[in-house]
Design a protein around this ligand. Structure first.
Ligand code: PLP
Length: 280
């Protein structure tokens, strides 16, 4: 089941051709997107997702997304959805057609959640560390690299996931060349030690995660310490738990890193997953 709504407020057939061949989102990855989890008709963290869409668009010098129009198409997809209780809702916003009048292309696409993601939520994942080739300070020094923007240019992230598969793993922990932890290709990393949760700073040029923020809110309410601080790869091996979190995968535990088993974090994962759910 898929539902597609265009930014002008009309429904469209997701199986029919729609995007022009000269759309800059298609030919250059020149655009931004968000993926939102919807549970029982309720989008999670819709406000923070729309904030981040606007922030990413500003980083790419795109026209400011029409928030009310995006809210309307989200509503339209939700009202039309007749699939499972959970939906992944993708918002896409591109620079529009090359040489056109500058009107952006925008749409919202509701999709089911893949069985693979469902299994990873329950069973955890093996991950490998891969060098992202960035250093602290680069995001500020070279804003044209768009580090920390959720742009449509995810080919590098997808290539990293294929490299993980070649190495017998399902996920990636990106690192700086000097061994500082960044994020996953489509997820935020959180380290748990005692009753403390740590995530790397977005100033490193990574995406500020809405799921991480929600979990930190819930954890802080229950007396956990939450902090944003640099993490070294070596810290991952001595942690009580290493989590990769994102809207659709929710809270997922890493059980194996670079082929080495991490300490069993099944109970910790269950506690944190329940904490996250308590936000909704
Ligand atoms: N980091 C990157 C690079 C991502 O693409 C994503 C989401 O897809 C995340 C982190 C997690 O963000 P969120 O929790 O808001 O889904």
């Amino acid at each position: 089941m898929r539902v597609l709504a265009l930014l002008d407020g009309t429904l469209a057939d997701p199986d029919a051709p729609l995007i022009r061949v000269d759309d800059l989102g298609l030919v250059r990855g020149d655009g931004v997107f968000e993926t939102i989890l919807v549970v029982d008709g309720e989008p999670r963290e819709l406000g923070p997702h729309l904030d981040r869409l606007a922030r990413s668009a500003a980083m790419l010098d795109l026209p400011e997304p029409d928030r009310a129009a995006f809210e309307r198409v989200v509503g339209l997809v939700l009202d039309t959805w007749a699939g499972d209780s959970e939906m992944a809702l993708k918002l896409v916003y591109t620079r529009g057609v090359e040489g056109g009048d500058g009107t952006p292309t925008g749409f919202a696409l509701g999709m089911g959640i893949s069985p693979k993601v469902m299994a990873q939520r329950a069973e955890g994942i093996a991950a490998v560390t891969l060098d992202r080739g960035v250093e602290p300070g680069l995001a500020d020094r070279a804003p044209w690299l768009l580090l920390g923007a959720k742009s449509l240019s995810y080919a590098v992230n997808m290539a990293a996931l294929r490299e993980a598969e070649r190495r017998g793993a399902a996920e990636v922990v990106f690192t700086t060349s000097s061994g500082s932890v960044l994020e996953g290709p489509t997820s935020t990393l959180i380290l748990a030690r005692g009753r403390r949760l740590t995530t790397p700073p977005s100033e490193l040029g990574i995406l500020p995660g809405t799921t991480q923020a929600a979990l930190f809110r819930a954890a802080a309410r229950e007396g956990w310490t939450t902090e944003v601080a640099p993490i070294d790869v070596a810290d991952l091996y001595s942690a009580d738990g290493v989590l990769l979190v994102s809207s659709v995968r929710k809270i997922t535990r890493v059980h194996t890193l670079d082929g080495k088993a991490l300490p069993d974090s099944a109970d910790l994962h269950a506690e944190l997953a329940a904490l996250y759910e308590s936000e909704y």
